[in-house]
Design a protein around this ligand. Structure first.
Ligand code: BGC
Length: 737
């Protein structure tokens, strides 16, 4: 009897202990996150700590199985959810449940200048990530557009730090509402693909703070990003993934970042720096993972065995390790261990509609003479569509952003679907560019091989174009090497594959020629004066064809504006005139300093092909006079500008009203003007809205590298309101006192 009592008592004790264990602080989501982090940390062994700061597979890092702390799963990013890859290889795994909606490229999102659409984008892609049970989305990308040759510009948000800052914040919030972390990339100064692992960027502090960092700062401080990805390149001779200045001094100490720093894949090169300089999670160190080097290469990552050895030998302490573990745990509590996160959804009609809406609003009408567009289907019998990009799938290829899309509507199919039997739509290829169509095992299924000679293809195109009521040439760049693609830069500004010649010939045989340029970069357009209408189409994702058709026939009134300057020629861009691109002997000097994009063109009075902020509509807008609520602003105060904008045309449309600030007298050279606010307003025909902008002294400040401070100097300023950087409608002076 006594023994039975004793056993029951022991059992009770054990149960009580067990239920205490269940109430462990780190598992209790009613407890503050920092308490949970410390509690989990205190329970972990050295080996468990080492394990969670580096990858276990291509896209995952281990949890702490003993403690029920889950693994972390990452996915590219930034335009859709990357298909599942093999544990240890880049090759897709061949799952049949991982096809996604391809959203438009981030250049297109930036061109909408619509923060609500950025939120919608983030929410939608975040839902897809969540449904695929991912914890971290590797995106968005916000490296500044320094040169039109950067092969990855299509993954970024343009040349202006203010526009990129405004557009990145809602995307992050939208993603993170799903319990999925946005991992903002590539921090920082990753502005070219040439020598991307070795190039050392030399940039002055003023350009760093005024041009290259603001979007990252906004992502951290306003967007509340839970993760950030270090860049491949070097700065001050240290890799971006273990860079003391960027990661410790600026990101942590100046900005107070409390998320996790994730390396770019294969971006870690030095164990001691990886320990000391702010990296939390190491990924992709050997491209072949387990299969190269030792039996288990993941154990040989810098933050694995080599780290453990250094600790064991007493050469480094565990203070840095604990800090890394804290950051990784915090990321885990916010994502994988967040019990309140939604389930997500994938491939839904809502996501398709979001992709289409963003595409329609991001398409930019660059030129439209004699009302060539929209195409009036009541007066059109025959539409000729010419060009490879009218049929080529663009969601496959281009590097890590490559997708396995549920579907992709081509421009030609989009036109055919929309036009129906109202007109005949005929097609000719015109040129053969890139007939391939696969990326890491994902294939488009298109057979684009065509053995005809350029002469034969041109002849056919001209014949088809000749008697059409309107010709739509769909060309531009594609996702192959040296075009809009990761891992290499473009070799020049020109369109590839004799497209310039073909466009000129088409213009000769048919005056009603519309050129649709599909690209993520500016291209030269030597035929600009010979063509009445030009549309900037971007990489638009699943809904490419339907969005383009909407704009071309006028169901949607274009309202996108350029997020970067189109220079006439390469030398008009500052990186290629006084700067360096792509640098030499492992060094690139950003000699142009703060004068990037329109800041340079305006300083040098160089006429662009199309200016930053440019974009037309099928309606017209009239701007009234700009007024200010006061003439004098004090440093602690605010100033509000107002301007009336009227839709003077016959259809509803949206205008992006832009506010630039000019410092009329300054102790340091400043750009002629800089974007400091914008608003997108939708107006019915005849309708007028008053648009207001409120600024504070941050809109007037420059970064003083000597004192390491933002300075707003008292004196005279001017506020310029316009429809683009080149089309200022009115301006008003004010004083900072
Ligand atoms: C790219 C990153 C990407 C990562 C994982 C790298 O090569 O630079 O942008 O997220 O691979 O695919």
């Amino acid at each position: 009897m006594k023994t039975i009592k004793l056993v029951s008592l022991l059992l009770l004790f054990a149960m009580a202990a067990n239920s205490q264990e269940k109430k462990a602080i780190y598992l209790d989501d009613t407890k503050p996150i920092e308490d949970r982090v410390e509690d989990a940390l205190s329970r972990m062994t050295l080996d468990e700590k080492i394990a969670i700061v580096h990858a276990q597979s291509k896209f995952s890092s281990p949890g702490v199985a003993r403690l029920g702390i889950p693994e972390l799963w990452m996915t590219d990013g930034p335009h859709g959810i990357r298909p599942e890859v093999l544990w240890d290889e880049w090759e897709q795994a061949g799952w049949t449940n991982d096809s996604c909606i391809a959203f438009p490229a981030l250049t297109c999102l930036a061109s909408t200048w619509n923060e609500d659409l950025s939120l919608l984008y983030g929410q939608s892609i975040g839902e897809e990530a969540r449904y695929r049970e991912k914890d971290v989305l590797l995106g968005p990308g916000i490296n500044i557009y320094r040169s039109p040759l950067n092969g990855r510009n299509f993954e970024y948000m343009g040349e202006d730090p203010y526009l990129a800052s405004q557009m990145v914040v809602p995307y992050i919030k939208g993603v993170q509402q799903n319990g999925v972390a946005a991992c903002v990339k590539h921090y920082a100064l990753n502005n070219q693909e040439t020598d991307r692992h070795t190039i050392n960027v030399n940039v002055d502090d003023r350009a760093l703070y005024e041009i290259y960092l603001p979007a990252f700062k906004a992502a951290v401080q306003e967007g509340g990003a839970w993760a950030i990805m270090g860049s491949y390149n070097r700065y001050q001779n240290q890799q971006g993934c273990h860079n003391e200045r960027l990661l410790v001094e600026i990101l942590r100490n100046e900005w107070g970042f409390d998320g996790a720093v994730v390396s770019d894949w294969g971006g870690v090169h030095n164990t001691m720096e990886a320990i000391k300089n702010g990296l939390d999670l190491e990924f992709g160190t050997w491209t072949d993972g387990l299969t190269m080097g030792a039996t288990n290469s993941y154990d040989n990552y810098h933050l694995a065995n080599p780290y453990r050895e250094l600790i064991k030998k007493g050469e480094v302490g565990t203070e840095e390790l604990d800090q890394k573990v804290r950051n990784v745990l915090r990321l885990n509590f916010r994502t994988a261990m967040n019990r309140n996160k939604p389930w997500g959804s994938m491939g839904s009609p809502e996501h398709a509609a979001a992709a289409r809406k963003i595409a329609e609003e991001g398409i930019v009408l660059l030129k439209n003479e004699k009302n060539t567009l929209p195409i009036d289907l009541n007066k059109t019998d025959k539409i000729a569509v010419i060009g490879e990009n009218a049929i080529k799938m663009m969601t496959v290829g281009g590097g890590s952003s490559s997708l396995k899309a549920l579907y992709e509507i081509s421009p030609l199919d989009g036109m055919r679907n929309r036009v129906g039997d109202k007109a005949e739509v005929v097609y000719a290829r015109g040129y053969v560019g890139d007939a391939s169509g696969s990326y890491n095992g994902v294939v488009t299924g298109q057979n684009l091989s065509d053995d005809r000679s350029p002469e034969e293809l041109t002849k056919e195109a001209l014949e088809v174009a000749q008697d059409a009521d309107v010709v739509i040439f769909v060309g531009g760049l594609n996702k192959s090497q040296h075009q809009d693609s990761e891992g290499a830069d473009r070799l020049g500004l020109d369109l590839p594959y004799y497209q310039d010649e073909l466009i000129r010939k088409l213009a000769d045989v048919n005056k009603k020629l519309v050129v649709v340029n599909i690209s993520g970069n500016a291209v030269a357009m030597p035929w600009v004066d010979e063509v009445p209408a030009i549309v900037q189409g971007w990489f638009l994702g699943s809904e490419t064809g339907s969005a383009l058709a909407s704009v071309l026939v006028g169901d949607a009134n274009p309202s996108g504006k350029l997020p970067f300057t189109f220079p006439v020629k390469l030398e008009d861009n500052s990186a290629h005139s006084i700067g360096e691109f792509p640098g030499e002997d492992g060094q690139v000097h950003y000699n142009e300093g703060i004068f990037v994009g329109y800041r340079w063109q305006e300083k040098e009075n160089i006429e662009p092909l199309f200016s930053f902020g440019h974009g037309l509509s099928y309606t017209t807008f009239k701007y009234g006079k700009v007024s200010a609520d006061k003439k004098v602003m004090i440093p602690e105060g605010k100033l509000t500008f107002s301007v009336d904008v009227t839709n003077t045309g016959k259809r509803e449309g949206a205008e992006i009203v832009q506010l630039f600030i000019s410092d009329l007298k300054s102790s340091l050279p400043r750009p002629a003007k800089e974007l400091k606010a914008f608003k997108k307003v939708s107006l019915q025909p005849g309708e007028t809205k008053s648009v207001t902008f409120t600024i504070d002294k941050s809109a007037l400040s420059f970064f003083d590298a000597d004192t390491h401070e933002w300075v707003a100097e008292s004196g005279e300023f001017e506020a310029l309101v316009g429809a683009s950087s080149a089309e200022v409608k009115d301006k008003i002076k004010f004083e900072l006192r």
